[in-house]
Design a protein around this ligand. Structure first.
Ligand SMILES: [Zn+2]
Length: 399
């Protein structure tokens, strides 16, 4: 359950949504794209299976009750016991999946010539992300059980409200607080790139607070661009790898797509969607936890040993609504593509920018339609390219 405060140009590879490749430049590169996509797909399914099985097994072998008793033996202070319990749980799960994460994020990326990061750099990111998970995870868990102790009837509603507020704040802070922990960003100096975006933004009477170069090239040869932030931190970021591989005309079309998200108010829209999911999601969690917290040796709703159940319900729920969320996201992405084509009137640059993205990211042009429906937040590159071709045809026949 994370808020999307970033609207990237294509699916983030870290989300394991390996998709679209360009029209095959050669049979060899197409094979590499398919091979990469297949490995990433298998890894994604393994990770999903582990995330669903781990809480079930942990409850089944009485591990959760055991860890709760151990924590309460160490301290009779409930919040302190929750701290011990959740640090062990988050740390344990992270180290359980560490080999898989390393294989997916480092070994496979190097095998396909995508990663430029050393093991040391990968490990440094791993520790930083673990620290963030512990920090935010523990805070969330403490808050949830404090609320249950306060009111076991309405805790879920207050929790949903709290999480929504937190996500709105994080949407603003992520580009200045979280993203810089993992990547360097530099304000784009005065010049063609910045001038073009500002002119484009001007034409649509909208203000972009900044254009930043995203120093992705130190870590990967992959490329991306995104609209990040919210309110005062709103900015467009372009990867240095994209600047290296694309013409200024292509980048302008990409920036127009990001501007499209801004003009269409996609980040506020996503926050509203997230808010609805939070309220419904916490209501479901409340019902499930109330029904199950007297079984499996658990001692009621306020027993923090029921956390694996909460996580299981949240994971299952997230998986079930994924096709709807991604369907909505693909529609917003399509709307941004339409905006980019209309604003720039340059379908050729749009198409070549998409092809170049596919080549740099080893994306499949036309992934399995079922995989696309469930897992992809962006239309496949094939679809985006075909739409631009059709758009050009219609414009030319109309003109
Ligand atoms: Zn987009």
């Amino acid at each position: 359950m994370t808020a999307r405060s970033v609207v990237p140009l294509i699916d983030n590879a870290e989300l394991m949504e390996e998709e679209r490749s360009p029209t095959p430049v050669s049979a060899q590169s197409n094979e590499a794209n398919a091979g990469y996509a297949q490995i990433k797909r298998r890894l994604m399914f393994t990770e999903i299976a582990i995330s669903l099985l781990a809480p079930i097994v942990f409850i089944a072998v009485d591990g959760s009750n055991g860890l709760r008793d151990l924590a309460l033996d160490i301290t009779s202070n409930n919040p302190l016991a929750i701290l011990i319990y959740s640090v062990v749980l988050i740390g344990g799960f992270t180290f359980l999946t560490l080999p898989l994460d390393f294989y997916s994020g480092h070994v496979v990326e190097h095998r396909f010539g995508l990663s430029r990061a050393s093991v040391r750099s990968w490990l440094s990111d791993f520790w930083k992300s673990l620290a963030l998970q512990v920090l935010f995870g523990v805070a969330a868990i403490e808050a949830i059980y404090a609320l249950i102790n306060l009111t076991d009837t309405y805790w879920w509603l207050i929790a949903a409200g709290g999480f929504i507020g937190f996500f709105v704040v994080m949407a603003q802070l992520a580009p200045v607080l979280i993203m810089p922990l993992f990547f360097k960003f530099e304000p784009a100096g005065e010049g063609e790139l910045r001038d073009r975006l500002l002119q484009l933004a001007d034409r649509f009477n909208t203000r972009v607070k900044g254009v930043y170069i995203w120093k992705l090239g130190e870590k990967t040869s992959k490329s991306n661009a995104a609209l990040m932030g919210f309110g005062p931190t709103r900015r467009v970021v372009v990867a240095d790898t994209m600047i290296e591989a694309n013409t200024a005309d292509e980048i302008e079309v990409v920036l127009a797509h990001e501007l499209g998200h801004h003009v269409n108010r996609d980040i506020p829209r996503l926050i509203v969607v997230q808010a609805i999911i939070m309220v419904v999601g916490f209501a479901v969690i409340h019902v499930a936890l109330s029904a199950l917290s007297d079984s499996f040796g658990l001692r009621g709703l306020d027993d923090f040993a029921n956390l694996p159940l909460l996580v299981l319900v949240a994971s299952l729920g997230s998986l079930l609504i994924l096709p709807a969320i991604n369907g909505y996201s693909r529609r917003r992405e399509h709307a941004a593509d339409v905006f980019a084509l209309e604003a720039t009137q340059r379908p050729e640059d749009f198409i070549s920018a998409m092809r170049s993205l596919g080549e740099q990211n080893l994306s499949e042009e036309d992934p399995n339609p079922i995989m696309e429906t469930i897992f992809h937040s962006h239309p496949s590159l094939g679809r985006r390219i075909r739409f631009a071709e059709q758009w050009r045809e219609e414009r030319d026949t109309a003109g």
